[in-house]
Design a protein around this ligand. Structure first.
Ligand SMILES: [Fe+2]
Length: 178
């Protein structure tokens, strides 16, 4: 059962605000990578695509004198923590099942370890997929955050991915019955 679609999430003003900050094109590309990876690894495509779409919504704008301050960002960034919380709040507000909202929030929390003291993370498959999907769309110098996409095209891609997810969930349901 699917409680919230990618389109529901994408058109929400909170998602729009923060997706635009960290890059709509990157968020959508990451969601498509996550779909493919989830499919290949037998992970829930509904959770994977939503977590990937929202994985960077915790970014803060680190500017000094009108210029992006990478050092400040590196030292102070907690976008995974903030993003996990923001995504959780948004999903619950949209009617997501609390269990799903938690899984998605955790996958966002653990998609990077850049904010953690040195440690070895043991990620679950969904969490690993979000990390890999993000890395698959990464460009040197953080350029992936600035890639542009037309609003109409963005919505079209989100709706197409929704259809792919729906179709996959139907197939899984059929396989379960057989
Ligand atoms: Fe990212």
């Amino acid at each position: 059962m699917r409680y919230v679609t990618l389109t529901d999430v994408f058109v929400h003003p909170v998602a729009q605000k923060y997706l635009k900050r960290s890059g709509v094109a990157h968020a959508i590309a990451t969601a498509y990578h996550a779909y493919r990876l989830a499919l290949n690894h037998g992970v829930n495509v509904d959770l994977a695509t939503k977590a990937a779409l929202l994985h960077d919504i915790g970014h803060y704008e680190w500017y000094s004198n009108g210029k992006w301050d990478y050092e400040k960002y590196k030292q102070n960034d907690i976008h995974a923590i903030k993003g996990a919380e923001r995504a959780h709040k948004l999903l619950i507000r949209l009617g997501e099942h609390p269990k799903n909202a938690k899984e998605i929030a955790l996958a966002i929390l653990l998609h990077t370890d850049s904010y953690l003291p040195e440690c070895e993370l043991k990620r679950k498959p969904l969490q690993e997929i979000i990390k890999l999907a993000d890395e698959a769309d990464e460009e040197p110098g953080g350029k992936h955050h600035y890639r542009k996409i037309d609003d109409q095209l963005a919505l079209k891609k989100i709706k197409q991915l929704d259809q792919l997810v729906e179709k996959q969930l139907q197939t899984q349901k059929l396989e379960d019955i057989i």
